[in-house]
Design a protein around this ligand. Structure first.
Ligand SMILES: Nc1nc2c(c(=O)[nH]1)N[C@@H](CN(C=O)c1ccc(C(=O)N[C@@H](CCC(=O)O)C(=O)O)cc1)CN2
Ligand SMILES: NCC(=O)N[C@@H]1O[C@H](COP(=O)([O-])[O-])[C@@H](O)[C@H]1O
Length: 293
């Protein structure tokens, strides 16, 4: 049975941001069905919004998600705005590039509005027209922003979330206060093991191999004032082979990093991250709103 549309609200104009619209309908079928709308060249996937309260009761109404036109517009939840992201890098920036590529092909509902780099490099960003700012100040002091100026700059770019991707300096408390529960970092080991000051890059993988552990993998966590002690949001596991060099392990972990950071960035930009009552952050499944990981 097709869902019945009630008081659908179609925006009269679709601007570059508002490539989606929401129409509240009362879905009769208990399982989502496809609803099409030829007049607006739309295809619907009615979903039941769920509350996260104990009883996980379904709201009486459901929200129709629609992809408008053929420009690959994102499917958004009710009232989810497109997110402005700042990415912080120090090194090669492969995680930055994989996130940007996922944005370009429509898998992340956000935009990288500024790249923050430890040094001026960042040629990829410049080639893609992404503004680059240097933080922290360089030793000579000739380049780079102070923490206060960095926060001001991120506000000017209307940044919603910060993603650290191989950034090797301590994020100042000033920035953490300005962006509570909004800064993520990716670390190349299964935290809390092999994390903290001194644990970065190949040093991490060398320590992992020397320890004899049989598994490693990336961790994505929220950033607090200390290195690698923030709330863990996501992890992926890879085997540590007895013959592994640090470089071979690093390459295996990095491959997983590129996938998991894109998945987490997508969840972040679709507002599918929720906080359990004990303070543990969870990611709500895109396909089943009653499933979390
Ligand atoms: N406030 C926070 N800042 C940062 C965090 C964090 O969790 N909280 N994560 C790091 C990234 N990181 C691990 O994931 C990390 C990076 C660097 C170091 C480290 O020991 N750095 C050296 C300096 C290295 C250099 O300048 O080349 C040091 O501080 O002595 C540890 C962990 C990003 N920032
Ligand atoms: N403790 C921080 C740390 O070691 N981060 C690690 O630096 C590499 C950066 O790669 P990339 O610049 O190619 O994304 C990644 O492996 C990341 O996990």
């Amino acid at each position: 049975m097709e869902a019945q549309a009630i008081n659908p609200h179609f925006p009269t104009t679709l601007n570059s941001k508002n490539r989606n619209f929401m129409a509240k309908i009362t879905c009769f079928p208990q399982s989502p069905t496809w609803v099409s709308c030829k007049s607006h060249n739309l295809s619907f996937v009615p979903e039941f919004g769920t509350s996260l309260k104990k009883d996980l009761s379904l709201r009486s109404s459901c929200v129709v998600k629609a992809k408008v036109g053929s420009d690959g517009g994102e499917e958004l939840g009710e009232g989810v705005s497109r997110k402005n992201l700042a990415v912080f890098v120090s090194g090669g920036g492969s995680n930055f590039r994989s996130i940007h590529e996922a944005i370009l092909d429509g898998r992340i509902n956000g935009d990288i509005v500024v790249l923050v780099a430890k040094c001026g490099g960042a040629n990829y960003a410049r080639n893609k027209g992404i503004p680059v700012i240097v933080f922290p100040k360089t030793k000579s002091g000739s380049e780079g922003l102070s923490p206060h100026d960095l926060v001001s700059a991120l506000r000017k770019f209307k940044v919603d979330n910060v993603l650290l991707a191989g950034f090797l300096k301590l994020i100042p408390a000033e920035l953490i206060r300005a962006y509570p529960k909004s800064i993520l970092n990716i670390h190349p080991s299964l935290l809390p093991s092999f994390g903290g000051k001194g644990y970065y890059g190949m040093k991490v993988h060398r320590a992992v191999i020397a320890s004899g552990v049989r598994y490693s993998g990336p961790t994505i966590h929220f950033v607090d004032e200390h290195y690698d002690t923030g709330r863990i949001l996501a992890q992926r596991v890879v085997p540590v082979l007895v013959t592994d060099t640090a470089e071979e392990l690093a390459a295996r972990v990095l491959q997983e990093e590129h996938q998991v950071y894109v998945e987490v960035a997508a969840a972040l930009c679709e507002e599918r991250i929720i906080w359990r009552e004990d303070g543990v952050p969870l990611i709500r499944s895109k396909d089943d709103p009653d499933k979390f990981s």
